[in-house]
Design a protein around this ligand. Structure first.
Ligand SMILES: *[C@@H]1O[C@H](CO)[C@@H](O)[C@H](O)[C@H]1NC(C)=O
Ligand SMILES: *[C@@H]1O[C@H](CO)[C@@H](O)[C@H](O)[C@H]1NC(C)=O
Ligand SMILES: *[C@@H]1O[C@H](CO)[C@@H](O)[C@H](O)[C@H]1NC(C)=O
Ligand SMILES: *[C@@H]1O[C@H](CO)[C@@H](O)[C@H](O)[C@H]1NC(C)=O
Ligand SMILES: *[C@@H]1O[C@H](CO)[C@@H](O)[C@H](O)[C@H]1NC(C)=O
Ligand SMILES: *[C@@H]1O[C@H](CO)[C@@H](O)[C@H](O)[C@H]1NC(C)=O
Length: 265
C-alpha cells in the first residue's frame, strides 16, 4: 500500500517535471546571447561535404559572423519566435556592404540573403524583446558592432595564431592566450573533424542581455540539440545530408588543431 502511494507520488512528480520541461521548451525567454564567429575555409569544408557549392569572395578577409543567438541555460535557447516578422532586405540596405564582408553567405547554391533570412527568422525574431536588438536593422547592426569590437582575426594575429596550411596549434595554448583579451572570459571553440584531423571552425563568445561580456562555459552544450539545428539549416536549404555527430565538436583541449588559410578559388 505504501509502495503504491510512493509510486503514485513518483508518477505525479515525473509528470510535473515533464510538464515543466515542456513549458520551458515552448518559452521564448532567454537569459544571454551567444555570438558566434566562423572560419570561412572550414565553413566551406563543411558546406562542400554536405552538398553545397562554396565560394569565398575577396571581400572576406578573416573570421566572419555566424550569428547572435538568444540562449537559455544549457539549452540551445528559443528559436523561430515570431513568424510574422519576415526578413526584409530593404531594412538592412545600409548594412549590406558590411554584411557581405563580415556576415557572408558562402554557399553559392543558395540566394545571397538566405543566410541572413535564416539567422533572422530563427534567432533575430527571439532577440526583439531586447531593446538593442529590437528590430531587424538593430539586430544585424548589433552583430556587426560586436564583430568590430572583438576583432578575432586581429586578436589571433597578435598572439601568433596565424592561418597556415601546414602548421597545427595547441587548443589550450590558444585559449590561454585569447581569454585575457576577452576580459578573462573563456570562449568556446568548435572544431570540424575530418579524416582524423581537427579544424578550428568557430568561436563562441557570450554576452548578457545588456551586452556585457560573460562566460559561455556554464552552458554545457547539448550536442544533440546543436546538431538538430544544423539539420534544420539543411532542411531549409533542401540539402539531403546528415552530418555524423562526431564531425563537429568542442575542440579537444589536448589536441592540435589546423587553421588553414583562406582560399579564394
Ligand atoms: C509578432 O510580431 C508582430 C509584428 O510586430 C506583433 O504584432 C506580434 O505581437 C508579435 N507576436 C508575438 C507573439 O510576439
Ligand atoms: C521593408 O523595409 C523598408 C525599409 O525599412 C520599408 O520601407 C518597407 O515597408 C518594409 N517592407 C515590409 C514588407 O515590411
Ligand atoms: C567588395 O566590396 C566592394 C565595396 O563594398 C563592392 O563594390 C564589391 O562589389 C564587393 N565585391 C564582391 C565580390 O562582393
Ligand atoms: C526599452 O525601451 C523602451 C522604450 O524606449 C523603454 O520604455 C524600456 O524601459 C526599455 N527597456 C529596457 C530594458 O531598457
Ligand atoms: C581587425 O584588426 C586587423 C589588424 O589588427 C585590421 O586589419 C582589421 O581591419 C580589423 N578588422 C575589423 C573588422 O575591424
Ligand atoms: C606547405 O606544405 C606544402 C607541401 O606539403 C608546400 O608545398 C607549401 O609550400 C607549404 N606551405 C607553407 C606556407 O609552408
Amino acid at each position: 500500500m505504501i509502495f503504491l502511494k510512493i509510486c503514485i507520488l513518483v508518477v505525479t512528480l515525473s509528470l510535473a517535471v515533464l510538464q515543466l520541461a515542456h513549458c520551458k521548451k515552448k518559452s521564448n525567454e532567454f537569459d544571454f546571447f551567444t555570438f558566434t564567429q566562423s572560419w570561412p575555409t572550414v565553413v566551406c569544408f563543411e558546406g562542400v561535404s554536405t552538398g553545397h557549392k562554396c565560394h569565398i569572395s575577396r571581400n572576406v578577409t578573416g573570421w566572419t559572423i555566424h550569428g547572435l543567438w538568444p540562449s537559455q541555460g544549457s539549452t540551445e535557447g528559443p528559436s523561430f519566435c515570431n513568424n510574422s516578422l519576415k526578413f526584409n532586405e530593404s531594412a538592412v540596405e545600409k548594412l549590406l556592404p558590411d554584411l557581405d564582408a563580415y556576415w557572408p553567405n558562402l554557399y553559392t547554391d543558395t540566394a545571397r540573403d538566405d543566410f541572413w533570412e535564416h539567422e533572422w527568422s530563427k534567432h533575430g525574431t527571439c532577440a526583439v524583446t531586447v531593446n538593442e536588438t529590437g528590430n531587424e536593422y538593430l539586430y544585424f547592426n548589433k552583430g556587426l558592432d560586436l564583430f568590430q569590437m572583438i576583432n578575432l582575426t586581429g586578436i589571433l594575429t597578435d598572439i601568433g595564431v596565424i592561418p597556415d596550411d601546414n602548421k597545427t596549434y595547441d587548443v589550450t595554448n590558444i585559449l590561454n592566450k585569447v581569454t585575457p583579451r576577452l576580459r578573462g572570459f573563456e570562449p568556446r571553440l568548435s572544431c570540424y573533424k575530418y579524416k582524423e584531423e581537427f579544424y578550428l571552425t568557430s568561436f563562441e563568445i557570450c554576452f548578457t542581455k545588456e551586452f556585457e561580456m560573460k562566460s559561455c562555459l556554464q552552458k554545457s552544450r547539448d550536442n544533440r540539440l546543436y546538431f538538430q539545428s544544423l539539420k534544420d539549416i539543411r532542411k531549409i536549404k533542401k540539402v539531403e545530408h546528415f552530418l555524423n555527430n562526431d564531425d563537429l565538436i568542442d575542440c579537444p583541449r589536448d589536441h592540435l588543431v589546423k587553421y588553414p588559410t583562406i582560399k579564394y578559388d
